[in-house]
Design a protein around this ligand. Structure first.
Ligand code: SF4
Length: 201
């Protein structure tokens, strides 16, 4: 069985957890990563923001690929971009897909905001997600509710790792259709085997 002990949780894994706990486990513990066409496209789209450094765009400093962490939450990872305007910090996450109200994306962004606050001592009141397919930026307020959900997601992730068992497939089958790990996960086959166990066959 793969080792599930982890000191600092990668920020991006919070996104996976909210999408599907089994996907989180497969990626975080087993190191699984299927490179299908959408994943590859997303990688190419991220290439610019994944080149570090700071540039000035008008009155805004744009910091790219910023390493962040929180000792309190035990999470760490990169923000694609942190914009700085008149002392105000705004984390910006780039996503491959279309704009929607995806809680998993909001939680990843909020975790970046919490790290940024801990690192700088400055409040981060909002962030943004840029969706490539929609070519649009969605503003996300870092509300008390979103902060609480994000901290709950971190606690859930560590609880799952502590538990040491791979979660069952999600019952939200539509998610499996869009999941790059479907060929590794085999959700329907696993669900069938689990149903046999329940029936005692
Ligand atoms: S195929 Fe479905 S159950 Fe398996 S990891 Fe992906 S979303 Fe989760």
């Amino acid at each position: 069985m793969p080792e599930s002990r982890i000191d600092y949780l990668p920020l991006s894994m919070l996104n996976q957890l909210e999408y599907c706990p089994r996907r989180f486990w497969l990626m975080c513990v087993c190191g699984e990563m299927e490179v299908n066409a959408p994943v590859l496209e997303g990688t190419y789209q991220h290439q610019r923001v994944h080149t570090g450094g700071t540039t000035r765009e008008g009155d805004t400093l744009v910091h790219r690929r910023v390493y962040l962490w929180s000792d309190r939450l035990r999470v760490a990872g990169f923000a694609d971009v942190v914009e700085e305007r008149e002392g105000v910090l705004i984390p910006v996450e780039y996503k491959h897909g279309r704009m929607g109200r995806w809680l998993n994306d909001h939680i990843q962004l909020c975790a970046q905001a919490l790290c940024l606050e801990e690192r700088t001592g400055r409040p981060v009141e909002r962030g943004a997600i840029f969706y490539w397919k929609s070519r649009r930026r969605l503003w996300v307020e870092i509300t008390p509710d979103l902060r609480a959900r994000t901290e709950a997601a971190v606690a859930r992730a560590f609880a799952l790792l502590e538990d040491g068992k791979i979660p069952p497939p999600t019952e939200q089958w539509a998610r499996c259709r869009d999941c790059s790990l479907e060929p590794v996960c085999l959700p329907r086959e696993v669900q069938y085997l689990l149903s046999l166990e329940v029936e005692g066959r």
